[in-house]
Design a protein around this ligand. Sequence first.
Ligand code: ATP
Ligand code: ZN
Length: 283
Amino acid sequence: MLRLAIQKSGRLSDDSLALIRECGISFASSTYKLKVEATNFPLEILFLRDDDIPGYVRDGVADLGIVGQNVLVEAGAADLEIEALGFSKCRLSLAVPRGDAYGSVADLQGKNIATSYPHILGDYLAGHGVQAHLHTISGSVEIAPSIGLAEAICDIVSSGSTLLGNGLREVETIFRSEAVLIAAPGLSSDKQELLDQLRFRMQAVRRARRSKYIVLNAPAAALDQVRALLPGIKAPTVTPLAEPGWVSVQSVVDEDNFWHLTGQLQAIGAEGILVLGIEKMVG
Ligand code: ATP
Ligand code: ZN
């Protein structure tokens, strides 16, 4: 049985649960339980505050965890990371009051900076040869300048609207984060085997999320051009249409490239382009 710790309620929770479910793992959902056992995979899920997850995994109370790299690195536990998961992307930035002059990080020399990330910020400043006074506070960091606690802050920024609302402007991004899977050091071979199965499933889900299945009709004369655009996993599937001189082509494409590609396909005469989501992608 593997024990996986995820955030109980917050910005990591929904995507962590969705990933587990898309791996085909079922469990009863309940909003008040702190622990739930999967019904079709030897997995127990613990629901915790995200800040506690690295410590629980380090101590082996949980075998695995899903947590933001910001929290992991701040806890000095970067060595536990085994795989980036591609969600809950955010950045840690320095911000100063909008009217204050700011040229470079050197301007923060000797200043007071409020943050919940003293280790990450301390390393960053040291790397730039800047010494500042760090005030560690656990929340509402962005009000620190307006109440006279600090001349700058370092915090998670997503849209920037919180900064704007507090009269601040972002001046440096010091760290980029996403959710990662972490594992306790020295798992037993039984647990390691289950972890390998779980990672195999997670990778299949992530590949599928990045890909689309595309079906289109094209003039047979344009087939070489279509094939050049659609390499597929091995090669596209090509079948003749009842209409002479036309073929149906099926392939897998990368989501990122998708709109550009459909434009190119239309330009060489493709028609009836259908795009389907893929649930899992293995091998
Ligand atoms: P907890 O109560 O578990 O301690 P929290 O308030 O510390 O929760 P959340 O705000 O839920 O944390 O954020 C959890 C994690 O989600 C952050 O540590 C970060 O990795 C990521 N995150 C934060 N803000 C965003 C955002 N705007 N978009 C995406 N991910 C974010
Ligand atoms: Zn937290």
